[in-house]
Design a protein around this ligand. Structure first.
Ligand code: NDP
Length: 314
């Protein structure tokens, strides 16, 4: 049978390119889990996906209620869940003030981390029940949260501190930043990506042996043309793609990045659990090292416990 992969944020950028790459193999049915139904439907048509290869379903990660509704609707389709890809993200580098999710969490961490945290915990049961030979859960990470890299050292750097801001609700009353500091939109995004990478490793430690599910993260390369940079100043958006292409040489096209993520979904040689995948300049994959903070097992455990409380699982 065809595999079923749920991809969050498949209406643009990396998520869309991955959905297209998987659909093109003829071996996958992709559930495009998106907040904007019409945009997702148009995007699928635009890249030439055929109707039998995808289903658009509503998911707004900035609402825990929507996450629960998505899980219910997915279960009603009676499709098995073989692979979950947590890909969606918001990035607000120029925001002066924080904005908040439906439950009142700072938007970047609320969407990128807490929404996906609840989604992945609820759908783990569905993954367990699938009889697919290689079941996987993938959370898209980033180089920017990894302070052991050049890109990860561009200020403001990711830092979760002792998680005091998160533990106090991340609602702007005490703080809207995980470390309890002043709001900084670029840092909030990087922090959320560290959370994504820590969550993947904690899932691996807790569930890989028991369930056989492969948990993985990746940095697909700098896809400088996606909608992620939509809120950046115009000059940045103009100069960032050529800068990445010619100066850092970290640039990848959306199509190439989509192929990379599709490999993590289905390539038999990328089936190892607990790995953060990256690609070198000739596009071959390798197991990359995470920064000290992004591989801190103590912090991963604490993040797990605090996040469980915030999303109502504990
Ligand atoms: P895009 O902005 O193109 O895609 C982000 C997707 O997330 C969109 O489909 C967007 O939906 C969706 N989304 C945002 N908020 C929500 C929400 N509340 N509920 C549901 N979906 C939501 O960016 P990219 O493709 O670049 O980003 C994809 C992933 O890649 C992210 O995890 C990002 O951190 C990661 N990444 C990107 C890099 C890059 O260089 N671009 C580098 C490293 C990692 P909508 O279309 O409705 O806006």
């Amino acid at each position: 049978r065809k595999g079923t992969a749920v991809i969050t944020g498949a209406s643009s950028g990396l998520g869309l390119a991955t959905a297209k790459a998987l659909a093109d193999t003829g071996k996958w049915h992709v559930i495009m889990a998106c907040r904007n139904f019409l945009k997702a439907e148009k995007a699928a048509k635009f890249v030439g996906m055929s109707k039998e290869d995808y289903t658009v379903m509503h998911l707004d990660l900035a609402s825990l209620e929507s996450v629960k509704q998505f899980v219910d609707s997915f279960r009603r389709t009676e499709r098995p869940l073989d692979v979950l890809v947590c890909n969606a993200a918001v990035y607000q580098p120029t925001a002066k003030e924080p904005s908040f999710t439906a439950e009142g969490f700072e938007l970047s961490v609320g969407t990128n981390h807490l929404g996906h945290f609840l989604l992945s915990r609820l759908l783990l049961d569905d993954l367990k029940q699938s009889d697919y030979p290689s079941k996987r859960m993938i959370i898209v990470g980033s180089i920017t949260g990894n302070t052991n890299t050049l890109a990860g050292n561009v200020p403001p750097k990711a830092n979760l501190g002792d998680l005091r801001g998160l533990a106090s609700g991340l609602n702007g009353q005490n703080s809207s930043m995980i470390d309890g500091g002043e709001y900084d939109g670029a840092k909030a995004y990087k922090d959320s990506k560290v959370c994504n990478m820590l969550t993947m490793q904690e899932l691996h430690r807790r569930y890989h042996e028991e369930t056989g599910v492969t948990f993985a993260s990746l940095y697909p390369g700098c896809i400088a043309t996606t909608g992620l940079f939509r809120e950046h100043v115009p000059l940045f958006r103009l100069l960032f793609p050529p800068f990445q292409k010619y100066i850092t040489k970290g640039y990848v096209s959306e199509e190439e990045a989509g192929k990379r993520l599709a490999q993590v979904v289905s390539d038999p040689s990328l089936g190892k659990s607990g790995v953060y995948w990256s690609w070198n300049n000739n596009s071959s994959s390798f197991e990359n090292q995470l920064s000290k903070e992004a591989s801190d097992a103590e912090k991963a455990k604490k993040l797990w416990e605090v996040s469980e409380k915030l999303v109502g699982l504990a």
